[in-house]
Design a protein around this ligand. Structure first.
Ligand SMILES: [Zn+2]
Length: 72
């Protein structure tokens, strides 16, 4: 990795204009909103992970390993 670009040369990832300090890393609140909505949509678009069909290993919560350790 090389040195990161200086902040002064940062550009709005939405429209490409120079970023405004108040709205970094965007140039305006509008662009920030655009990015947020995009992000949300992208998050919703991510499909659920397929659970293991075999069910061979529960989440380590079924074993009786935590029985008599609550009193001291
Ligand atoms: Zn912008």
């Amino acid at each position: 990795m090389a040195s990161p670009p200086p902040l002064s040369s940062a550009k709005c990832p939405i429209c490409g204009r120079p970023t405004e300090q108040a709205y970094r890393p965007f140039c305006s609140r509008r662009c920030a909103d655009v990015d947020l909505s995009r992000w949300l949509r992208g998050a919703y678009a991510i499909p659920d992970q397929v659970e293991s069909e075999d069910g061979d290993a529960p989440a380590a919560d079924a074993s009786g390993s935590e029985t008599s350790d609550g009193r001291s």
